[in-house]
Structure formats: structure tokens, C-alpha cells
Design a protein around this ligand. Structure first.
Ligand code: HEC
Length: 169
């Protein structure tokens, strides 16, 4: 009888110790978690914005690859130049690009809010190089099922006019 009692008591003590130990443990893991969080917090979070049109990363600092290295746009839109650009666009681009609706390629409406002007010019003048080397153009190619943007052989002046037209859309 006595030994049974002793055993019961020691079992209780054993359980109690076990309980304490597990409490201690969970506290420890909490502590470790907290520590982990404080380590993670100061890490700079790279915020990537994705455009609503194609879900492709927006990077206005990306100038792309091609003949255009820098280009600054006058705040005022040159409507004469935009008219010329519309002509070029209607002849060479309309088959695949509707101004405001996705077709074979993306709609250029609002493109200056998602791409740098240099990038747009390089995409028009050097689409082959762009889809090979530029990360955004690569994503676009995937988004459009691997159908590549065709080089329409525009001159720099024509491409610049098209860009001006895009600013009016
Ligand atoms: C044969 C069809 C076709 C023609 C013609 C075409 N494009 Fe494209 N274009 C595409 C496709 C498809 C994409 C997206 C996939 C890619 O980049 O390869 C694209 C992408 C673009 C982009 C990038 C759009 C974005 O939202 O980032 C621009 C800018 C562009 N084209 C301009 C033009 C211009 C300007 C012309 C006319 C001179 C033109 N394209 C003619 C098919 C075409």
C-alpha cells in the first residue's frame, strides 16, 4: 500500500516537473521567436510594385537596353509631334496594340506611369535585345505567351513621335 502511494506521489511530482519543463520550453521558443522578429525587422523590405495592366514589375529607373541612353521629356506635350506619332502607330503598331485595350500586345495607355521613356524607345527600336536582356521585357514576353514584339524598323525620330503620341492616350 505504502509503496503504491509513494509511486503515485512520485508520478505526480514527475508530471509536475514535466509540466514546468514544457512551460519553460514554450517560453524559450517564444523568446526565440521574438528575437527572430527583431532581427527581421531592420532588414530593408524591397517593395516591388506591379502594374495593373500586365502584372509585370514597374521600374521607372529601368532604361532598358538599346540605342537610347537618356531622354528628358518636356512637361508640355508636343501635339504636332504626337499627331505624327499617331500616324506611325496606326500604320505599324495598331495590328497588335489597341491604344487602350490588351490585344496581341499590351495597351500603351498609361505606359509612362509604368516605364521610363528610354525603356519605351528601346522597346520600339530594339525589341530583340530587350526580350533577351531586360528583366521587364522578359516578363512581358512570358505574360504574352512568348509571342515577341516585332521590330518595325522605325527610325529614332519616328519612335520618339510615337512616344509623344503615347503621352496623349
Ligand atoms: C506583331 C505584333 C506587334 C507589333 C506589330 C508591334 N508590337 Fe509592340 N508588342 C507586341 C507584344 C506581343 C508585346 C509584349 C511581349 C513582348 O514584349 O515581347 C509588345 C510590347 C510592346 C511594348 C511594351 C509595352 C508595355 O506595356 O511595357 C511597347 C512600348 C510596344 N510593344 C510598342 C510597339 C510599337 C510602338 C509598335 C509599332 C511601331 C509595336 N509595338 C508593334 C507585339 C507587337
Amino acid at each position: 500500500m505504502r509503496t503504491q502511494k509513494m509511486m503515485r506521489i512520485s508520478l505526480l511530482i514527475f508530471l509536475f516537473i514535466g509540466l514546468l519543463a514544457s512551460c519553460g520550453k514554450s517560453e524559450k521558443t517564444n523568446g526565440q521567436k521574438d528575437q527572430g522578429q527583431t532581427i527581421e525587422q531592420p532588414m530593408p523590405k524591397k517593395e516591388i510594385k506591379y502594374d495593373k495592366v500586365d502584372g509585370v514589375a514597374v521600374d521607372l529607373n529601368n532604361k532598358g537596353v538599346g540605342p537610347i541612353q537618356s531622354l528628358s521629356l518636356d512637361p508640355e506635350v508636343d501635339h504636332g509631334l504626337a499627331e505624327q506619332g499617331k500616324d506611325v502607330y496606326d500604320r505599324n503598331c495598331l495590328a497588335c496594340h489597341k491604344p487602350d485595350k490588351r490585344l496581341v500586345g499590351p495597351a500603351p495607355k498609361g505606359i509612362l506611369e509604368r516605364r521610363a521613356p528610354e525603356w519605351i524607345m528601346n522597346m520600339i527600336l530594339n525589341p530583340e535585345g530587350m526580350v533577351k536582356e531586360d528583366p521587364v521585357a522578359k516578363q512581358l514576353l512570358m505574360e504574352y505567351n512568348g509571342s515577341p514584339m516585332a521590330n518595325q524598323g522605325l527610325t529614332k525620330e519616328e519612335a520618339r513621335a510615337v512616344l509623344e503620341y503615347f503621352r496623349t492616350l
